[in-house]
Write a protein that binds this ligand. Structure first.
Ligand code: COA
Length: 280
């Protein structure tokens, strides 16, 4: 049950409802605040380990992904800014070539988050740039503090996004805005991110954790079986056309009537009781 921990990625488990023993949600924190939580190889390997562990834990129902806050600055130095993740660690690109980059970006940690069958929420407080924006886009839901900034500044490095933003960002903000972000590299402040559909909610920094954790608890109190079916069915809309997607929904919706939780949920409603999910 103990989650994998490393110097750069920590995981805390939080009960979903202590009294009813409904399981936990996990909060994974990327912890390199002096480098604005930039994604080096160690961080990426640690995230993959956490995702593999998550998938095996029946009682861990939701993943929250966040970045560590800045450390107090040494005397006389300015404080580092708040960051979710300020991108791939640029220093690791020095000397890289086509083959090494292809290897490194194949089956990467962002795909591991994307491929989780459980609900994921990005809790964004500060810069979500490059790979940080891409981690946020690989989560199912994004909630941001009002001091957050999204962006894909790779163009300023002579690069394009490599952790999925050319595809997943477009699905969230649309073709024109995705082009604008990738072509200009301009920062998108939280309120604008909210307006264009890049973040679901914007709250004050002081409200962020309580808002996200309450949402994780709310989602985690549902049937994890039904959540997984809902996730893959909504996900199908990204890959298939509308008619085919309606067919996928028909298959999934019909099939869910073979699940115990469907019967439990419907009976509980009719009998005015609280559903006690079996998660199957
Ligand atoms: N990779 C490696 N190190 C990074 C980094 C990244 N993506 N982003 C920030 N850092 C490091 C800085 O080098 C600096 O390290 P140092 O204090 O040891 O010199 C530290 O994090 C703080 O960043 P700094 O640039 O001093 O903060 P700032 O407040 O002046 O600027 C940003 C903040 C986010 C605007 C700036 O750090 C930035 O542009 N980062 C790169 C963003 C990017 O291009 N991401 C896409 C990468 S593909």
């Amino acid at each position: 049950m103990n989650p994998p921990q490393s110097d750069v990625v920590s995981v805390e488990l939080h009960p979903i409802d202590e009294e009813k023993e409904l399981g936990h949600f996990a909060c994974m924190t990327i912890n390199r605040p002096d480098k604005l939580n930039a994604l080096n190889s160690e961080v990426m390997a640690s995230i993959k380990a956490v995702c593999a562990w998550m998938e095996e834990q029946d009682s861990v129902r939701v993943l929250v992904v966040t970045g560590a806050p800045p450390n107090p600055p040494p005397e006389g130095k300015r404080a580092k800014p708040h960051a979710f993740v300020a991108g791939a660690d640029i220093t690791e690109f020095i000397g890289a070539d086509v083959d090494s980059i292809r290897k490194r970006f194949t089956d990467n940690a962002v795909e591991a988050i994307w491929n989780l069958t459980k609900p994921t929420i990005a809790m964004v407080d500060g810069f979500a740039l490059g790979g940080g924006c891409e981690i946020a886009c690989s989560c199912d839901i994004r909630v941001s503090s009002d001091r957050s900034t999204y962006g894909t500044p790779e163009i300023n490095l002579g690069l394009i996004p490599g952790y999925g933003a050319t595809q997943r960002l477009e699905r969230l903000v649309g073709y024109g805005k995705a082009h604008e972000m990738v072509m200009t590299g301009d920062m998108v402040p939280a309120e604008e991110a909210h307006r264009i559909g890049l973040t679901n909610h914007v709250v004050s920094p002081g409200e962020l954790e309580a808002t996200v954790f309450a949402m994780a608890r709310r989602i985690g109190s549902k049937s994890s079986h039904t959540l997984a079916v809902g996730k893959r069915t909504v996900r199908a809309a990204l890959d298939v056309g509308l008619s085919e997607g309606i067919g996928v929904e028909l298959d999934e919706f019909s099939q869910i009537f073979a699940s115990e939780d469907q019967e439990i949920g419907v009976r509980a409603f009719v009998n005015r009781e609280t559903a006690e999910w079996k998660h199957r």
